[in-house]
Design a protein around this ligand. Structure first.
Ligand SMILES: O=C(O)CCCOc1c(F)cc(-c2c(C(=O)NCc3ccc(C(=O)O)cc3)noc2-c2cc(Cl)c(O)cc2O)cc1F
Length: 390
């Protein structure tokens, strides 16, 4: 009976074909789009053009990051969690390749939208699962991880999550523009708001962070907002942006500020907490959102640590903590918030004055044609980084 060898050859031939396709699509650099290009295309959207662009661009972006996953240190790559994440990427890569040569018929376009929804949902838990993989690796290594491994993990996770932000942006734009409810968008173009009122998103994020803070600490600092526009643009300051990205950044920063302020000011004193002061400023090149708190600050020597995936002052949350301790997370909120800001060529900068408080500044590009996607590219340079530290 030749069943097993046939099955083995079938498996090995599909692996060989996957490896060939990975090499092919990773040989292309991802094509970054600007917010202006997303808007211009979305205002006169053509589903066939979007389909033809995505059936090439999605495999290119998936293959570029899959080649980096393969270069991870074995003690991380072979954890159960990272193996699971890797299998999601393989499945999604194969799912999109099904459309490589098909005709853009109405039926195929509809099926493409459904498959994009499945792909997005398959990858919903990548961040938590990767965090679990880092914990498994630490446990397997007896708790200590050498610095070179830690820096290569930091480098990789920044690129993995930036790639994931970009792939979800492409998928969301296509499914929102051409999915089942294209006309319920109002003024929105996909997930982009052409007139995003920044102070509205600030208030929304503050109120939700405050709700969690009140739940846990039974108190929370007030909010004061000021807006400054150096250009002739009116107040309130509006810009073309992805409100959900801005909300994520603000929600994380407000949670951190509230935790610092409440924990720094002993909770039984009658003095009221110092308010959080937010300045929204529009210049020619930048839009800035500065959150200033009097939470006692953190030493300059430690502030960079807050952007590390393998550092957190909070103990690693247990599964129950993640549901019961509202302000606790894996400590990934800040590094991922900075990726959201950097994704369209902005940034997040922390300026802390130990003993007094912290300013956290979100920088956004003021001009949509300068807000280009910042995408990781797999090439000899990036792979050398892994080889040097593995
Ligand atoms: O679990 C998560 O996901 C949230 C993970 C994150 O959790 C943190 C958190 F919310 C707030 C702080 C913190 C402290 C503090 O904690 N100061 C006390 C201390 C003094 C000395 C040292 C030291 O010497 O190392 C450390 C802390 N001071 O300012 C901030 C602060 C940090 C950020 Cl990013 C911000 O946007 C606003 C802030 O006021 C630190 C966090 F780490």
């Amino acid at each position: 009976m030749r069943i097993f060898p046939v099955r083995l050859s079938a498996a090995s031939s599909s692996m060989a074909s996957l490896a060939k396709m990975l090499d092919f699509y990773s040989s292309f650099n991802p094509s970054p789009l600007s917010i202006k290009q997303f808007m211009d295309f979305g205002q006169n959207a053509c589903e066939k053009k979007s389909f033809i662009f995505l059936r090439k661009e999605l495999p290119v972006r998936l293959a570029n990051i899959m080649k980096e996953i393969a270069l991870l240190p074995d003690n991380l790559l072979h954890t159960r969690s990272v193996s699971e994440v890797s299998s999601w990427y393989v499945k999604s890569f194969e799912d999109v390749l099904e459309y490589e040569k098909v005709e853009p018929t109405h039926e195929n376009l509809q099926k493409f939208v459904r498959d994009l929804d499945l792909i997005r949902n398959r990858h919903n838990d990548v961040v938590q699962t990767m965090a679990q993989g880092v914990i498994e690796m630490k446990e397997n290594e007896g708790g200590n991880v050498e610095a070179p491994t830690e820096s290569s993990i930091q480098y990789f996770l920044d690129r993995l999550y930036m790639s994931r932000i970009s792939i979800r942006m492409l998928i969301n734009q296509h499914t929102l523009l051409f999915g089942s409810s294209p006309h319920s968008q109002g003024r929105h173009i996909g997930c982009l708001d052409p007139a995003c009122d920044i102070s509205d998103v600030v208030r929304d994020a503050y109120e939700n962070a405050r709700f969690l803070c009140d739940q846990y600490y039974l108190t929370s600092p007030a909010l004061e907002i000021q807006q400054h526009s150096s250009t002739d643009e009116a107040i309130p300051i509006r810009t073309v942006y992805v409100p959900s990205h801005l909300y994520y950044m603000l929600f994380e920063l407000f949670k951190n500020s509230m935790r610092a302020v409440v924990e720094h000011h002993n909770q039984d004193s009658s003095d009221s907490l110092p308010p959080l002061k937010v300045h929204i400023c529009r210049g020619k090149e930048d839009i800035c959102v500065k959150i200033s708190d009097q939470g006692g600050g953190i030493p300059r020597s430690q502030s960079d640590q807050l952007f590390k995936y393998m550092y957190s002052t909070a103990p690693q949350p247990s599964k129950s903590d993640l549901h019961t301790v509202p302000l606790a997370g894996y400590g990934y909120g800040l590094p991922i918030s900075r990726l959201y800001a950097r994704y369209f060529h902005g940034d997040i900068v922390l300026l802390s004055c130990e003993g007094f408080g912290t300013d956290a500044i979100i920088y956004l590009k003021a001009l949509s044609d300068e807000a280009n996607e910042l995408l990781p590219i797999f090439n000899k340079t990036s792979s050398k980084f892994y080889r040097a530290t593995v």
